[in-house]
Design a protein around this ligand. Structure first.
Ligand SMILES: Nc1ncnc2c1ncn2[C@@H]1O[C@H](COP(=O)(O)OP(=O)(O)O)[C@@H](O)[C@H]1O
Ligand SMILES: CC(C)(COP(=O)(O)O)[C@@H](O)C(=O)NCCC(=O)O
Ligand SMILES: [Mn+2]
Length: 951
């Protein structure tokens, strides 16, 4: 996306980073782009757009840059709204956020605007903020915004049936549809495709009518108060029902049940009651039903008339109000005889503003022809501190700095206590009596209250918040992200292994786990910044906010759309970042990296004494055992009380010498491994037989790694090294941003550099990768083809320096003189006499295992993620690039390989390695116990199967 260049940047202390563009760089920006640091520049606002309606002003603005280190052109799209009568408040907000200065200069700034207010208030915006409103057609904006949101936001649309939100993913058959926008008035637009639409109908009886009549009849002014009031009412006190006319009976002949509204407000004709005798709540409810039902009926008739299979309802009239959605849903179901369902939108009233935003000519944020999965790879919704309490509502002045935010939370927590308390009650009830929640009867239903009675009870208890919170977060935009290209195209990808949305008990369990973990994380966070008073304050605010999010989700599982377990874990990391905690476990990771690096040479020594098959087994055992370094699992943190991580690792290894492991496809993996390379083990004294082949079984291996410390150093690095020896290229993929004790790509570069100091294989492979990247302009070239026969003779690793000259890797003198046995079951070869062949083959590495290794490369790339789980719906451009030609995907760790992706199928072979560190998950998903291990291997699907896949 292009943005205007700001001309009033704060250039104080600005500098161009001297950092050499290389694979060593910790950032994810294009390797050839210089990094300009502007330490004092405020949040840069790229674009804003307004939709000024009859009732509400909708403001959408984009802030450049993001917490996601992977995005250079990325940023965040924010959504806020104000009452149209409070236009000055809207301008105060824009001024405080300096949105009117986002082009940088004193030049008047042009802003896209739609809605009638773009005419009505044009002068005022110019006068006060110097903004020139560029008007855009309202219908066009509405449609464009709707198309965008349906494609780019994963669970934008939902149905509402039996008090349940049923989320929907946009499929390829989006068009044609009817868009019904219920604002002050109502527009009905037939949408046939990108840019193809016709306004087919509308009605003057809309949200403004409801609001206005409510004011007249009940005296209540504020819309939220009106909603609250209506939810406490009973419309049958004012509405004439079929049963009232038919003596309590249904009118079966025409399919009307006794409780169908025959005549809205029809009972008020009863002259025995004074108009003032009627309960305002009943009146508000009756009005809500009357208007919703009427709109639902008109919508159905128009859909029918134009043969449109789907109807989406937008506009702020809906506001997630259960009765409104219920009534509209009922109307559509009833008139279509159950053939159609109303679909609602989480961004409700923001469609027009989003559409106006997309009209900025230089903006290429969204290509209308992109598929939903391509669009969704670039946009991810984040829920900031405001979400659990305010949704899109601006309350009080704009929050500028982090300390403002902390203060705001501290103040607001007190004010929000009733909500939090209610939510807490809900949560506790859910835990005690899961009956309250509907179990997953139909496949994608979100849990909700069992019956309308419960729903009403809930609503009255919620008091100030009668509606379902449709919290819209901030849309984080990362233009370079894309779906992982190696996903099996025949299978719909869903990262979650457990569908917490369909399993209320699972949802409660994991929310509880995260809640119980809060005190530890708060403590860790403050300690990571030396327990200064500022860090203590931010840490406790972080804890409160995370707690609030979790309580909100516990009470209203659909409040943030449909979140998976991975999203819950990521929410915690995002909350930490929001309060300025960049890397809570940094010190633990550093300490553990150092300890594990000390032990690495001895481990490699021991491993190298084993022959091929035994060595491979030892390496896999090692990587499973090393996954025990996990600060995210209580079971492991408890173990650290009494043992060092290396001790825990050794114990785990001992246990792993017992096979089979809980899931154990090791033999299939080993068979694949040795299918080619074993044949080349001719004459090494351990194996024999077939003639050598010229290519390794895996040419390029993509390894999604997990934790720092023992996990990466003693588990993944030795395994990677073995792939290198096999002749494969290895791409280690690590997080862009910290998450618990996971290693980041930047840290991994440092760790690999340290490992390279003692291991020539790693050093040569890393150096080769660095020079390949330099030669290819920062890109990872496609996988090198099959190795020539002659490579068999070439066993010396050749490393090319930056200059391009070949340098032979030097043998390294070990610094650690006291080898400690790490492999409890290792066969000791030390005293065995060497045959001449093995002596020759061992070469400078002391190998007993001949290598196909020609010029292997070890790349390190960033996933673009900051989560302990792995969502392959979006990966960094580098990962996508590196995936080309990969024939093995290794996924390690509980978060990446078990919580997510356990069932994921790829175009190529896959190896999933993890230790079960949570007893509940072990039992539920695997019928196993804590510390059991999983080694799952899926061979590549047959090519013909993939060839048949849809494009
Ligand atoms: N906080 C609120 N204040 C006023 N009206 C609201 C509010 N929330 C929802 N509404 C309803 O939404 C309607 C406005 O919807 P919106 O989509 O913004 O339309 P418009 O562009 O015509 O202002 C109002 O008429 C009212 O029925
Ligand atoms: C957060 C984790 C997924 C990280 O595990 P990893 O991916 O590092 O193996 C895991 O620690 C976890 O699921 N913890 C749940 C909390 C607990 O058991 O205490
Ligand atoms: Mn981890």
């Amino acid at each position: 996306m292009k943005t205007a260049s700001p001309s009033t940047l704060d250039l104080t202390d600005a500098c161009i980073s001297q950092e050499a563009p290389s694979a060593e760089s910790g950032t994810q920006r294009r390797r050839d782009a210089p990094l300009i640091l502007l330490p004092h520049q405020n949040e840069y606002v790229g674009h804003i757009a307004l939709d000024i309606g009859g009732s509400l002003i909708k403001l959408v603005y984009f802030t450049k840059g993001s917490s996601d280190a992977s995005s250079s052109a990325g940023g965040k799209l924010h959504f806020v709204k104000f009452e149209s009568s409070k236009i000055e408040e809207c301008m105060d907000f824009m001024e405080a956020k300096r949105l009117h200065r986002s082009n940088g200069g004193n030049e008047p700034m042009r802003v896209k605007a739609t809605g009638g207010g773009a005419f009505k208030y044009a002068e005022r915006f110019k006068e006060r903020l110097g903004l020139i409103l560029e008007r855009e057609d309202e219908m066009s904006c509405l449609v464009e915004g709707c198309n965008f949101l349906l494609k780019a936001v994963r669970h934008e649309a939902f149905m509402y049936e039996n008090q349940q939100m049923i989320f929907e993913e946009t499929g390829p058959d989006l068009y044609p549809y009817l868009l019904v926008n219920i604002g002050s008035g109502v527009s009905m637009v037939k949408v046939d495709g990108e840019g193809k639409y016709t306004r087919v109908s509308g009605t003057n009886v809309g949200g403004g009518t409801f609001w206005g009549l409510c004011r007249l009849l009940t005296g209540v002014n504020n819309f939220d108060d009106i909603l609250t009031l209506s939810s406490q009412g009973d419309n049958s006190n004012v509405d004439m029902l079929v049963g009232d006319i038919y003596g309590g009976r249904d009118y079966t002949g025409i399919g009307l049940s006794a409780n169908t509204i025959a005549s809205s407000f029809g009972k008020v004709i009863n002259t025995s009651m004074e108009p003032s005798d009627y309960n305002p709540a009943d009146i508000a409810m009756s009005l809500c039903r009357m208007i919703s039902y009427n709109i639902g009926q008109l919508a159905y008739l128009n859909a029918k008339r134009y043969n449109l299979p789907r109807i989406y309802f937008g506009g702020f009239f809906i506001r997630g109000h259960p009765y409104t959605m219920d009534t509209i849903s009922f109307a559509i179901q009833f008139w279509s005889k159950g053939e159609m369902s109303a679909k609602f939108l989480r961004h409700e009233g923001f469609l027009g503003a989003v559409g106006a935003y997309l009209k900025v000519p230089s903006l290429q944020i969204f290509d209308g022809s992109a598929s939903a999965s391509e669009a969704q790879a670039c946009f991810v919704e984040r829920f900031t501190v405001g979400a659990p309490v305010t949704g899109g509502e601006v309350r009080g002045p704009a929050i500028g700095s982090l300390s403002d935010k902390v203060t705001w939370v501290e103040k607001f927590i007190a004010a929000a206590q009733p909500i939090t308390e209610t939510a807490k009650t809900e949560h506790e009830q859910a835990l005690q009596q899961p009956r309250l929640y509907r179990s997953g009867r139909s496949s994608n239903k979100l849990l909700s209250r069992e019956s309308p009675q419960n729903s009403e009870a809930l609503l009255s208890r919620l008091g100030s918040q009668p509606h379902i919170s449709l919290n819209v977060g901030v849309l984080q935009y990362t233009p370079s992200s894309q779906p992982f290209p190696l996903l099996d195209p025949r299978i719909k990808y869903d990262p979650s292994t457990t569908d917490i949305n369909n399993d209320p008990e699972e949802m409660s369990y994991w929310i509880e786990v995260l809640m119980q973990g809060i005190p530890t994380v708060v403590e860790k966070a403050a300690a990571s910044e030396g327990n200064t008073s500022d860090s203590l304050r931010r840490a406790s605010t972080f804890g409160r906010v995370l707690d609030m999010h979790l309580r909100r989700l516990s009470a209203e599982p659909g409040a943030y759309g449909q979140l998976g377990l991975a999203d819950l874990f990521e929410l915690r990391e995002e909350c930490l970042r929001e309060f300025g905690f960049e890397d809570v476990y940094r010190m633990d990771k550093e300490r553990e990296n150092a300890a594990a690096l000390e032990a690495l040479p001895d481990l490699l020594d021991e491993v190298d004494k084993l022959d091929g098959p035994e060595r491979l087994l030892a390496l896999i055992q090692g990587s499973l055992a090393a996954n025990i370094f996990d600060w995210g699992a209580k079971a492991c943190v408890d173990l650290y009380q009494n043992a060092t991580i290396l001790e825990m690792y050794r114990q785990a290894r001992t246990k792993l010498s017992q096979r089979p492991w809980h899931v154990d496809n090791y033999d299939a993996f080993a068979a694949a491994w040795f299918s080619t390379s074993a044949a080349s083990d001719v004459g090494d004294g351990h194996r024999g037989g077939a003639a050598p082949k010229s290519s390794p079984p895996f040419k390029r291996v993509l390894m999604f790694v997990d934790n720092a410390g023992a996990d990466i150093v003693l588990g993944m690095i030795p395994l990677a090294r073995e792939f290198l020896r096999l002749g494969a290229e290895v791409i280690m993929v690590a997080n862009a941003l910290p998450a618990i004790n996971d290693i980041t790509a930047a840290e991994l570069r440092g760790v690999v550099a340290r490992a390279a100091e003692t291991c020539p294989i790693i050093r040569a492979a890393r150096d080769a990768a660095v020079s390949t990247l330099a030669a290819a302009g920062g890109h990872i070239p496609p996988v090198a083809g099959a190795l020539p026969e002659s490579s068999m003779a070439q066993e010396l690793p050749v490393a090319r320096g930056q200059s391009g000259h070949a340098t032979v890797a030097r043998p390294v003198v070990r610094t650690n003189p006291s080898p400690r046995r790490l492999l409890p079951h290792a066969t000791d070869f030390e005293d065995q006499p060497e045959t001449p062949t093995t002596a020759a083959r061992k070469g400078m590495f002391g190998e007993s295992y001949p290598s196909l290794w020609k010029d292997p490369r070890l790349y390190i790339v960033s996933s673009g993620h900051g989560s302990p789980c792995l969502d392959l719906r979006r990966v960094s451009a580098e990962v996508a690039e590196a995936a080309v030609g990969a024939d093995l995907v290794v996924i390690e760790g509980m978060g990446r390989a078990l919580h997510t992706n356990y069932h994921t199928r790829f175009r190529c072979a896959a190896l999933k390695l993890a230790m079960l560190k949570n007893a509940h998950l072990a039992e539920r998903l695997f019928g196993g116990k804590v510390y059991d291990c999983i080694c799952r291997y899926d061979p590549a699907p047959v090519q013909s199967y993939l060839d048949d896949a849809p494009a």
